[in-house]
Write a protein that binds this ligand. Structure first.
Ligand code: NAP
Ligand code: ZN
Length: 368
């Protein structure tokens, strides 16, 4: 077994201000990477710039990271950072800016190389990366992964390099302004990481330890999400803390195992139909569990969540993320492509055939 998370992780209210000194030796000038508005709306951007100023560090801002960031965007951001002379990178936002920061840090440290290094296996240096997450889903603050959109290949794919943030400053209060779909979709993404890490060919006691604890936290938060949505009331601060911790722990878990079929299939729904990452992943989680040969292990996993059956889990996911539409033509293409995704297939703990993948789409309450 092996356990390795080199990221220093803080989780608390006012996290960035309280740990401003973490940036003291990070570099001279920070490249801040954000999406178009959430870093401002949450206050996270101001918290980071205040922290940098308190340490005498200058900064520049690239605020054009789109959801599911593309290779083109990270190249543009890296060019900007190089022109500005930045020597470290801080990602602020959801998984998209965080993942983009890792790819940007790689490109900036290798200015003589082109974008092709992103997907070439090689030992390359990268600038230090810091992460300030504003969603509770991807766990990117505690993973070495960076998933980018490849328009040439019409899909999404993780870069070939493992880049852990030096430090992650997690403040659950950033979640309080997240719209309901963002909260629900990202929560289901974190749950997907727990499912696909626990039931994974590479599973060990270490990632199971993380999954088991995070499942209890997530299982306490999920009914509150559903109830609050039904009654149109605000969530409690406790629920945000539960979601935030479950997400980071789930990130630590997939750092050791990777993800499997639900993530592999999700990329088609996201690329071709713009379905949010967590919702796309959530569509395939119950079928992934139904196909697992040892249903006693699945039953144990569900008890940690406080749930009795897979039907009950399906109803919970349906309440959180709703349905997607998949045509017969799409379904056949996705199945064919999935069968050639060796990396995701290798993580699956059971044999995957075309026939089995068909069951993922048949009788699936999340596919309309
Ligand atoms: P996201 O794409 O980063 O953000 C989704 C939307 O939520 C954006 O419109 C964003 O606004 C907004 N937003 C973010 N935080 C908010 C807040 N606190 N309040 C209000 N709005 C907020 O979503 P994500 O689900 O966190 O990240 C998805 C990406 O992460 C995908 O590309 C996925 O493949 C990747 N991912 C990575 C890993 C990993 O291990 N590295 C794991 C799973 C998924 P702005 O655009 O204005 O910021
Ligand atoms: Zn995910």
């Amino acid at each position: 077994m092996n356990f390795f998370i080199p990221t220093q992780i803080f989780n608390e209210t006012d996290c960035v201000a309280k740990h401003a000194s973490i940036f003291a030796n990070a570099g001279q000038k920070a490249l801040l990477i954000t999406g178009r508005s959430s870093a401002v709306k949450t206050g996270a951007l101001t918290h980071v710039t205040d922290a940098l100023t308190s340490q005498g560090i200058t900064w520049c801002l690239f605020d054009q990271i789109e959801e599911n960031p593309s290779v083109e965007t990270v190249v543009a951001a890296a060019d900007f950072g190089k022109a500005e002379g930045a020597d470290f990178v801080i990602g602020i936002g959801g998984g998209s800016p965080l993942d983009a920061s890792k790819a940007i840090a790689l490109l900036m440290a290798n200015p003589d190389c082109g974008r092709e290094i992103l997907y070439k296996k090689a030992t390359l240096s990268h600038l230090p990366v810091y992460a300030v997450p504003t969603t509770a889903g991807t766990g990117s603050e505690a993973t070495p992964y960076a998933i980018l959109t490849l328009h040439d290949a019409k899909t999404k794919r993780g870069i070939a390099h493992r880049i852990f943030p030096v430090a992650a400053l997690v403040d659950p209060t950033y979640l309080t302004i997240a719209p309901q779909p963002v909260l629900h979709n990202t929560a289901v993404d974190a749950f997907g990481h727990l499912v696909e890490s626990y039931f994974n060919r590479g599973t060990t006691l270490y990632n199971q330890m993380l999954c088991e604890y995070a499942l209890k936290l997530w299982g306490d938060a999920a009914p509150a999400l559903v109830a609050a949505a039904k009654e149109n009331i605000a969530l409690s601060g406790t629920t945000y803390v539960l979601l935030s911790n479950a997400s980071t722990m789930a990130g630590m878990a997939i750092s050791h195992t990777g993800t499997s079929i639900p993530h592999g299939l999700s990329y088609f729904l996201t690329y071709e139909h713009g379905i949010a990452h967590g919702k796309a992943v959530g569509t395939f989680l119950v079928p992934y569990l139904r196909a697992y040969p040892n249903q006693d292990e699945v039953a144990y996993f569900l008890t940690l969540l406080g749930i009795d059956t897979l039907d009950e889990l399906e109803a919970l996911l349906l309440a959180l993320i709703g349905t997607v539409t998949v045509t017969d033509e799409d379904r056949s293409r996705y199945i064919t492509s999935m069968l050639s995704n060796q990396a995701k297939l290798a993580n699956c703990p059971y044999t995957v055939t075309e026939e089995l993948l068909r069951t993922y789409f048949a009788n699936n309450a999340l596919i309309a």
